[in-house]
Design a binder for this molecule. Structure first.
Ligand SMILES: Cc1cc2nc3c(=O)[nH]c(=O)nc-3n(C[C@H](O)[C@H](O)[C@H](O)COP(=O)(O)OP(=O)(O)OC[C@H]3O[C@@H](n4cnc5c(N)ncnc54)[C@H](O)[C@@H]3O)c2cc1C
Length: 403
């Protein structure tokens, strides 16, 4: 998007990518379907940006989610909107997004040099007593020096490094005097201490609610409702990824899972009274199949402390109410995350204090611009992160061409 915007504004643009083809990460977005933006209101969009929402105001105003949809429609990629305002290519193929973008680029005169990593960004003295150095080109990994009046650094984060985003951009930005904030995996599955997660591996729970608490913080740091998944190491799924956006390395965090968020404690207790009455002659462990999926029953029985062979009709009020409380708050202890190899996004990056939000220009080097995930900004799942990349890319491209 940065290259297309700069070329459309009249600049001669070359994209250097160490990958063998364009947009490798886009192929795996949205499980191969590419949730390329979100058509919620501007206020809602801002609220889904976890880090530095205000910095993105101009960029998102210049290219809104509606503009992005129009862009892809005009580029020969029909689109559709699904639950939660999430936009996808109509074909459900991320490759159509990449093809549309690349064709627009080629048409605008952008040249691509694949398998061409960039090692360094080259600068020279700004001249005439200028305070800042200025861009004069790049040095490729094969040792070639290429002259340029402007460089847009759009190297992504360091999540899923197999897609080419290995965090090089941070090193290059730091070498040119930019501050960076610490990088952490975000939108990432959690490792959980409790062994029952492994036992429940493969089980998906829909319409549950998850709350995350952090030691020393009174209010929950996250609370949400949706879908989650148990894995051999802990928990994953959309709800968990959203929670992870509020997790920091070293945080002592606990999760509480409400299996029946639609029911109040009183309603749940009444339901248990009914269930246990109807199945009064059955063992406790055999009286729960209308309440939970089969895989979850042995775990809930064990966590409850109620003897599995106790008759349902003989469970006393205290045990039943304790069980109702457990259903509303199954506790789990977070011990860490699955790290960058499985993180959808990188939190942290080039410090926004060193970037002009109206142009995406570096405040340290003339002729240098930033776009996308390399910047210290990140959002929740739902198409927001790609929209941030499109919007900052467009702004950086136009500014670089206009300088
Ligand atoms: C599994 C997964 C699913 C996702 N799903 C979604 C989704 O559905 N919706 C959404 O909005 N977001 C999604 N995201 C996030 C989204 O993909 C990123 O936020 C977005 O791709 C960032 O764009 P970018 O251009 O900044 O970086 P990237 O897409 O990472 O591109 C960076 C490019 O820079 C190149 N590069 C890096 N270093 C060098 C170097 N030294 N020399 C030359 N080239 C270099 C890389 O090869 C790469 O091609 C997902 C991410 C993952 C990992």
């Amino acid at each position: 998007m940065a290259a297309f915007s700069a070329a459309s504004a009249g600049a001669a643009v070359t994209v250097f990518d160490r990958n063998e083809k364009a947009g490798k990460k886009i192929y795996i977005t949205g499980k191969g379907r590419c949730n390329f933006t979100n058509l919620c209101s501007a206020e809602d969009f801002q609220s889904r940006i976890v880090t530095n929402p205000r910095f993105l105001y101009s960029a998102l105003h210049g290219l809104t989610p509606e503009d992005t949809v129009r862009f892809f429609e005009e580029s020969g990629c029909p689109t559709k909107v699904e639950r939660g305002n999430r936009a996808f290519p109509k074909s459900d193929h991320a490759s159509d997004i990449i093809r549309a973008l690349q064709e627009r680029c080629v048409h605008a005169g952008v040249r691509f040099r694949f398998r061409e990593g960039v090692r360094d960004i080259l600068t020279e003295d700004g001249g005439d007593g200028a305070e800042k150095p200025r861009i004069c080109g790049i040095l490729t990994e094969s040792g070639e020096r290429i002259g340029a009046d402007a460089v847009i650094l759009a190297t992504g984060g360091c999540s899923y490094p197999s897609t080419g985003s290995t965090g090089d951009g941070y090193r290059m930005a730091e070498a040119l005097g930019h501050r960076t904030t610490p990088r952490e995996p975000s939108l990432v599955p959690f490792l959980v201490e409790e062994a029952f997660c492994g036992e429940l591996q493969g089980l998906t729970l829909k319409n549950v609610s998850l709350t995350m608490h952090a030691e020393g913080v009174k209010k929950p740091v996250f609370s949400g409702q949706g879908e989650m998944l148990f894995t051999h190491f802990g928990v994953s799924g959309p709800l968990v990824l959203s929670a992870s956006a509020h997790y920091h390395k070293g945080m002592k965090a606990g999760l509480t899972l409400d299996l029946k968020p639609a029911l109040s404690f009183e309603q749940l207790d009444a339901r248990l009274i009914r269930e246990f009455e109807e199945k009064r002659a059955k063992f406790f462990k055999n009286a729960l199949d209308d309440l939970f999926p089969a895989k979850l029953i042995p775990v809930m029985v064990r966590l409850s402390g109620i003897p599995p062979m106790q008759r349902a009709g003989e469970i006393d009020k205290k045990s039943r109410q304790a069980f109702a409380r457990l259903i509303g708050s199954v506790p789990m202890t977070v011990t860490g995350t699955r790290g960058f190899t499985e993180a959808v996004i990188t939190r942290g990056g080039v410090d926004v204090r060193d970037i002009d939000p109206h142009t995406m220009a570096s405040r340290c080097v003339d002729g240098l611009y930033f776009a996308g995930e390399v910047i210290d900004t990140d959002a929740l799942t739902g198409g927001y992160n790609l929209q941030i990349a499109w919007s900052t890319g467009r702004l950086a491209g136009l500014s670089a061409a206009g300088q």
